[in-house]
Ligand binder design. Structure first.
Ligand code: M6R
Length: 592
C-alpha cells in the first residue's frame, strides 16, 4: 500500500533522509517511488520499480534542499509507470504532492478541470488534487486556504503532503481515513504514514484526527481543524526502539517476528489489569460479534469458539468486508469486537462506522494512535511491537492472547490464566524445532496444492496455516474444517498432495484422526501436527511436528500456529521469494 513521508530539516539535506524513510516503508508493498524537494526551485525524481533500481538510475538522494516529500506507490488508478508515480504536480509544476488513499470522485473532478483547461499528465486519482489546489490559488487563495478549499471538493480517503514553489519553507497536509502521523525532532519535523518510517529520526509523534490540516515550517508545526481553528495536540513518545524495526541479524523480518512471539505474548499478558478494567463496562452485554479481515479474522474465529465455551454468550462472526450486508441485527446489548493489528484496515473501519451508535464497540489493536483506537468505544492494545513483515505472525498470537484474557476476565476463569502463562515457553520449544522444519521444507517446494485440516479450535489454525502458505509461497493452500472434507474437497486429494493435519490432544482428536486416515488412503502426504506423544498420529504421518503433550486443545491455537508459520516461511525461502514483501499484497489495506 502507498506510503508517504516528508520532512523539514534544520541543517541536513532532506533527500537522503527521505530515501532512508521510504526504504523503511518498503514492507508495505509498492511498485514505484518518488521524491520531491524544495530549494530555490522544486526538484522531482520518480519512476516505477523498486527503490534500489530507481535509486541506481536516478540517484534519488542527490536533490538539493532541506524540505521534501516522498512516496512509495501501490498502483490503484493507472499502471505502475513513471507518469503515474508520485509526486504529482499542477499545470505549472509549482504545486507538488504525495497522496495515500483513494479519491472516489476524481473522474468528475478531472473532467471538469480538463474542460477548464487543466493539463493532466497521469491516469491517477491523485493528480486532481494538485489541479484543485492550483485552481483555488488562481482564485486568490493562499496556499493553506487553497488546500482547505481543495479538500472540501474531494470525496474519499487521503493522507496528503504538499509543497509549493512559492512557499519553499512549508509543507501542508491533511489526513482523512488514511494513516498519517507527524514526528517532532529537536529542530527537525517529519510526517509519515507509519511510525517505523521515522523512528530512526525521532520517537516523538503527534497523532492526527480525520480532517486535521497541518502546516509544517522550519520553526514548528501548526495543526488546525476543518474550520481553520488551531488545535492543541499532545506529543506522544513511542517506546519502540529503532532496532525493533530492523532485522537484527535475521534474514527477514518475518522470521525475526516469528521468534519474537514468546515475548509478544508475555508483553500482551501484562495487559490483564487494563482488560479487567475494560470488562467492567460490559455487564449489560448479552451477545458478541467479532469482525475482522485476513489473519485477524482467524483470531476472531478462535474468539467465537472460546467465548461460546468459556463465557457461554452467543457469538456472531463476520468478515469486515461482508459486514455491511449483515449488520442489520445489531442491538444495544451486543458488543462488537473489531480485531485489527494496523487499526487502519479500510474494510474493518467501514464496518466499525456501521456498528457505532447501534452497539458497543471494542477494538483490539496493535498500532497506537491508529484510526480504530480513536473511533471505537473501548480499546485493548496488543503488545507485539512493530510488525514489518506483510504476513501477520506476532500480531496474530498477541491478538489471540488478548482474546483469551478477555474471555478469562468475562468468565472469571483463573485456570486459563495459568495455562496462558505457559504459552511463551511452549512456543520456545516449538522454535527449537526450526531446523527440522527447515529440513523438510525442500520436499514441498514444488507442491501445487496444500490442504490444512482441523476441527474446533484447530479449524482456525488450519485456516491460518493455509493463508500464511498462499500469501508468502504463492502455492495454492486451503484450510478446511476436517469434517467438511467428505462433502467435496476429498475429490481434490490425490497421490502426493500434502495435507497438514492439526490434531492436538482433546475432544476433536479422534474424529480428525479419522480424516487423516481418509486422506492417506487416497494417497495424500500427511504432515501431522500434534502431541509428541501421539504415536497414532506419528504412524500416519509422513512428516510429524511434535509439540508438548501438556498443551490443551483450548490453548492450542496460540502454539500450534508457530510450526505452520515456520513451514510457510521456509518453503517461501526455498522458492526464492522474499516473504517480507509478497507480490500484490500490502501490510495495511486502506482501500475497500
Ligand atoms: O491490520 P489488520 O489486522 O486489520 O489486517 C487484516 C489483514 O489484511 C491481514 O491480517 C492480512 O490478512 C495479513 N497480511 C495476513 O498475514
Amino acid at each position: 500500500m502507498c506510503g508517504i513521508v516528508g520532512c523539514i530539516l534544520k541543517d541536513k539535506k532532506a533527500a537522503p533522509i527521505l530515501l532512508d524513510c521510504v526504504r523503511r516503508l518498503e514492507y508495505r508493498g509498492y511498485d514505484s517511488v518518488g521524491i520531491a524537494t524544495s530549494s530555490s526551485s522544486i526538484n522531482i525524481k520518480k519512476d516505477s520499480g523498486k527503490i534500489d533500481e530507481v535509486h541506481e538510475k536516478l540517484q534519488l538522494d542527490e536533490l538539493p534542499g532541506k524540505v521534501g516529500i516522498a512516496h512509495v506507490r501501490w498502483a490503484t488508478h493507472g499502471l505502475p509507470t513513471r507518469e503515474n508515480a508520485h509526486p504529482h504536480t499542477d499545470c505549472d509544476n509549482k504545486i507538488v504532492l504525495v497522496h495515500n488513499g483513494i479519491i472516489e470522485n476524481y473522474q468528475e473532478l478531472k473532467d471538469q478541470l480538463q474542460e477548464e483547461g487543466h493539463h493532466f499528465r497521469s491516469d491517477t486519482d491523485t493528480e486532481v488534487i494538485a489541479h484543485l489546489v492550483e485552481k483555488q490559488m488562481d482564485g486568490g487563495n493562499d496556499f493553506e486556504e487553497a488546500v482547505r478549499g481543495a479538500t472540501q471538493k474531494i470525496k474519499g480517503s487521503y493522507a496528503l503532503a504538499i509543497i509549493h514553489a512559492d512557499y519553499p519553507d512549508t509543507i501542508i497536509g491533511v489526513r482523512k481515513e488514511s494513516p498519517l502521523i507527524l514526528g517532532v525532532g529537536d529542530d527537525d519535523y517529519f510526517l509519515a504514514s507509519d511510525v517505523p518510517a521515522i523512528l530512526e529520526e525521532t520517537n516523538r509523534v503527534i497523532y492526527l484526527d480525520d480532517d486535521d490540516i497541518f502546516i509544517i515550517r522550519s520553526d514548528g508545526i501548526i495543526i488546525k481543524d476543518v474550520n481553520g481553528h488551531i488545535k492543541e495536540k499532545n506529543i506522544d513518545v513511542i517506546n519502540w526502539g529503532p532496532e525493533m524495526a530492523q532485522k537484527g541479524g535475521y534474514d527477514h523480518f518475518m522470521i525475526k517476528e516469528i521468534h519474537e512471539q514468546p515475548e509478544a505474548v508475555r508483553n500482551t499478558l501484562s495487559e490483564l489489569d487494563e482488560i479487567e478494567k475494560t470488562v467492567k463496562n460490559f455487564s449489560k452485554i448479552n451477545r458478541l460479534c467479532f469482525v475482522a479481515c485476513g489473519t485477524s479474522y482467524h483470531a476472531a474465529m478462535v474468539g467465537k469458539y472460546l467465548f461460546e465455551e468459556l463465557v457461554g454468550l452467543p457469538v456472531d462472526l463476520a468478515l469486515a468486508s461482508e459486514f455491511e450486508f449483515s449488520a442489520g441485527a445489531l442491538r444495544p446489548d451486543t458488543l462488537v469486537i473489531f480485531i485489527t493489528q494496523s487499526g487502519e484496515t479500510a474494510d474493518t473501519m467501514k464496518a466499525m462506522e456501521l456498528a457505532k451508535g447501534k452497539s458497543e464497540t471494542l477494538a483490539i489493536v496493535n498500532v497506537m494512535g491508529s484510526r480504530a483506537t480513536r473511533e471505537a468505544d473501548h480499546v485493548i492494545y496488543t503488545r507485539a511491537g512493530p510488525e514489518i513483515g506483510v504476513a501477520a505472525t506476532k500480531t496474530y498470537v498477541s491478538q489471540l492472547t488478548c482474546i483469551y484474557l478477555l474471555a478469562a476476565c468475562m468468565a472469571r476463569d483463573n485456570a486459563i490464566l495459568d495455562e496462558l502463562g505457559k504459552v511463551p515457553d511452549y512456543m520456545t520449544t516449538v522454535l527449537e524445532q526450526e531446523d527440522f522444519i527447515k529440513e523438510i521444507s525442500p520436499q514441498y517446494r514444488d507442491a501445487q496444492d496444500f490442504f490444512f485440516i482441523g476441527r474446533g479450535f484447530s479449524y482456525p489454525t488450519a485456516m491460518e496455516g493455509a493463508l500464511k502458505l498462499k500469501e508468502i509461497t504463492y502455492i495454492h493452500g486451503e484450510g478446511y474444517a476436517a469434517g467438511e472434507l467428505k462433502h467435496g474437497p476429498l475429490a481434490l486429494i490425490s497421490e502426493g498432495v500434502p495435507v497438514v493435519a492439526v490434531v492436538p490432544p482433546g475432544k476433536s482428536h479422534d474424529r480428525t484422526m479419522g480424516n487423516v486416515k481418509e486422506v492417506k488412503a487416497r494417497g495424500a502426504r500427511v504432515i501431522g501436527l500434534g502431541s509428541q506423544m501421539d504415536t497414532n498420529l506419528r504412524s500416519e504421518s509422513h512428516d510429524m511436528m511434535g509439540l508438548d503433550d501438556a498443551i490443551s486443545e483450548l490453548i492450542s491455537p496460540l502454539v500450534y500456529v508457530v510450526p505452520l508459520q515456520l513451514l510457510a516461511y521456509y518453503i517461501s525461502v526455498e522458492r526464492g521469494i522474499n516473504p517480507d514483501q509478497p507480490k500484490n499484497l500490502a501490510k495495511c489495506v486502506t482501500v475497500v
